[in-house]
Ligand binder design. Structure first.
Ligand code: ADP
Ligand code: MG
Length: 688
């Protein structure tokens, strides 16, 4: 690959293994990844040795088990290759150290599953995701479980859910006559949005510094109204940063493809080419890490928070999801004649049913405290889960309701005067940016996911939900023998599903009042406004049933996870509330006082007098609000994690909004030098 010779050089990939391992060892590893064999000690020892030799060549001195605890970020504990043998220092990395690690489990969020005195937790190698070198350390992707085998991470459920969907999708493909297909995989493409701000601005704003988002700040004269940032010229400094992250991504074997300015000032996006789900998730987590660290090297800070600045767009992580067979067929590809492609229609219908039946779970798994400022708030997708299918496919699905899938001719595309183009390819679906779930040609794009989130949870939910529907379908199809019978049965299934679930198909404007207040209500679609309220559905009997049925998570593990979610909300809000109280008392009120002192009332200007009065009143109001806020934080907030989270949502966040409203309304009256922080205007102009 000319110009890309270094691509994948930091990955202990399959080709490196093939080259460096004795062939029988390589074959054993390959069989283990396909789950047709398990790794024995000798194999593990041989792989560990080769991995260490390879890592040493890159100057590594340490390795780590790299895992995904419930904290939302990744965790790593470094160990060096140094060991002692008969009193002498040696360099060693054993199969045992590769396969198993033992971090302390009690210090990670566990929702009550682990008490501090029962601290043991284990990490186990996920041999299906390649080891890689990051920041000079050999990183080994692992799962994380407790001493008693309870799941404490995001990866384990994801891997389990992958098996469920793979098994049931394969059965359906086989039933349709493709007997050679042995495996179906989920493919995932994750688009990552983020903000950049100059480091100096970041350091002077304690809200950004502590909370990753601004708690105060009014919009400048120019926000994103002119749409001049979206796809605009990338500032030179940002381009240098992008070149740098791409270099890292490519070294790490990540097929980084697209980069551009996003809609809001200072907002950008990077998207790799899709890959196997497990790898795509690991790579997204690596990408977030690289983005954060590299920005620092360029004198900037990357904000992965969903809403760093109020009043302009927030950041999401579009989750592009599809299914591919081991012989390369995309099961969501409609082909030239979608109305005749019954297998395609069946998979699409299964997804429609799964999304409708589990809309609340999907909403929850896409959410976090930061996403509350985005999801369902005037921009980005609404919190009502609906699916946009595009004109052609939706028409075919409608025809299924009454029986047979009918052909639908899409309006031809005019050549719009470009005689140089012989044919103009036309997509089977348009874009509808206001839909939380959209069919985009040959995949479903789930757009609710917050930019900061580990995508594992959402994809676990999708896989189990869709896998469960596919399993029911496979059971029905497998009772039949002849191909024609199977096709007929599939059409009947599609028609049943469309009748029952067409309420979720919507191609209009998802932001409109008519949809949110009338139409969606009429259709009985749920509209859960906040993250905290969405957690309820997780430990409902329906959800527990679903997760337990497939051995993904037990009722106890679900309860624990729900607690972790409630606690994460509470911790977030309390940190923000404390920060805000400090900002008001230590910075904002003193700045108002300064402004009053600077107001030169002796000049007898009506404006200056009124302004001073306004500020004096505001000082007392702010002091009251802040006392109230601090009082609430110190008060009894309830017992269970859920009660406390609701207290934060219902009692604390409204006071924070009141404070913000008051300060932001007065910001334009302050002399620039008296506002205690760099303004939005400065932040938005800090990259050029
Ligand atoms: P857009 O901004 O229009 O959504 P992008 O090109 O930014 O498009 O991102 C589309 C994402 O979808 C990319 O990550 C791409 O690799 C991914 N994608 C494309 N085909 C598939 C597929 N079959 N399965 C999963 N993801 C896919
Ligand atoms: Mg995009």
């Amino acid at each position: 690959m000319k110009g890309f010779e270094y691509f994948g050089s930091r990955v202990f990939s399959e080709s490196v293994m093939k080259e460096r391992l004795p062939f029988p060892i390589y074959k054993k590893w390959k069989a283990a990844t396909r789950k047709s064999d398990v790794l024995d000690t000798n194999t593990a020892d041989a792989i560990a040795h080769a991995m260490k030799e390879w890592a040493l060549e890159y100057g590594c001195t340490h390795y780590c088990h790299w895992f995904q605890p419930l904290s939302g970020s990744t965790a790593e504990k470094h160990d060096s290759f140094i060991d002692k043998s008969q009193g002498e220092p040696i360099v060693r990395f054993s199969g045992k150290a590769l396969i198993k690690g033992e971090p302390d489990a009690s210090s990670f969020p566990n929702g009550g599953l682990r008490a501090t005195f029962e601290a043991r937790g284990y990490t186990y190698w996920d041999c299906t995701s390649p080891a890689f070198i990051k920041d000079g350390v050999l990183c080994i992707p692992t799962v994380f479980v407790s001493y008693t085998g309870q799941v404490l991470d995001e990866k384990t459920p994801l891997l389990r859910s992958n098996d469920i969907i793979s098994a049931s999708a394969t059965r359906i493909v086989n039933a349709f006559g493709d007997k050679d297909v042995r495996e179906v995989k989920v493919t995932l493409g994750l688009e990552q949005e983020y903000f950049l701000v100059d480091e100096k601005i970041f350091n002077q704003r304690r809200d950004l510094f502590t909370c990753g988002r601004t708690l105060l700040g009014s919009l400048p004269a120019k926000g994103q109204e002119l749409n001049d940032h979206y796809f605009g010229v990338i500032p030179e400094r940002v381009q240098e940063f992008m070149n740098d992250i791409n270099h890292h991504f490519w070294e790490l074997g990540i097929l980084s493809k697209t980069e551009h300015n996003e809609a809001a000032p200072n907002q950008f996006e990077v998207a790799p080419i899709f890959s196997d789900m497990n790898i795509a998730v690991d790579q997204n987590l690596i990408m977030m890490d690289v983005i954060r660290k590299t920005a620092r090297k360029h004198g900037m800070v990357a904000l992965l928070h969903e809403k760093p600045f109020a009043g302009v767009n927030g950041s999401g992580k579009h989750n592009n999801w599809s299914l591919i067979t081991d012989d390369g067929q995309n099961l969501l590809d409609p082909g030239d004649k979608p109305h005749e492609n019954v297998r395609f229609l069946l998979f699409v219908c299964a997804i429609i049913k799964a999304v409708d039946d589990n809309a609340e779970l999907i909403r929850m798994a896409s959410s976090c405290p930061g996403n509350d400022f985005r999801l369902g708030s005037s921009e980005a997708p609404p919190a009502i889960v609906s699916i946009f299918m595009g004109e052609q496919i939706e028409a075919i699905l409608s025809s299924l309701e009454t029986g047979r899938p009918a052909k639908y001719e899409q309006s031809a595309l005019s050549s719009f005067g470009l005689s140089t183009l012989k044919t103009i390819p036309h997509d089977s679906s348009d874009r509808n940016r206001t839909s939380p779930v959209a069919f985009t040609g040959n995949k479903f794009e789930f757009r609710m996911l917050g930019s900061s989130l580990n995508p594992s949870f959402l994809n676990t939910v999708l896989n189990v939900a869709i896998g469960s529907v596919l399993e029911e379908i496979a059971n029905r199809l497998e009772t039949l023998k002849y191909r024609q019978e199977i096709r007929e049965e599939a059409i009947i299934i599609c028609s049943e599903i469309i009748k029952q679930h067409k309420r979720i198909l919507f191609s209009g404007n998802g932001y409109s009042r008519e949809w949110i207040e009338d139409e969606a209500v009429k259709r009985g679609l749920s509209n859960i406004h906040t993250f905290v309220e969405s957690i309820e559905c997780f430990n409902s009997p329906k959800s527990i049933n679903l997760f337990e049925k497939f051995g993904i998570l037990s009722a106890d593990e679900i309860d624990a996870r729900a607690n972790v979610l409630y606690e994460s909300y509470t911790n977030n809000i309390l940190i923000e509330a404390k920060t805000l109280a400090l900002m008001i008392r230590q910075d904002v009120i003193p700045s108002f006082v300064k402004e009053i002192n600077d107001s030169h009332i002796h000049l007898k200007s009506k404006y200056l007098e009124q302004k001073s009065e306004m500020l004096v009143t505001a000082i007392d109001q702010l002091a009251d609000f802040t006392d109230n806020l601090v009082g609430l934080m110190d008060s009894d907030k309830g017992h269970s994690p859920k009660e406390v989270a609701y207290f934060c949502l219902e009692k604390i966040t409204p006071v924070m909004s009141d404070i913000r409203c008051l300060v932001d309304a007065l910001e334009p009256y302050l002399a620039t030098r008296n506002y205690p922080y760099p303004s939005y205007e400065e932040a938005f102009n800090s990259l050029d």
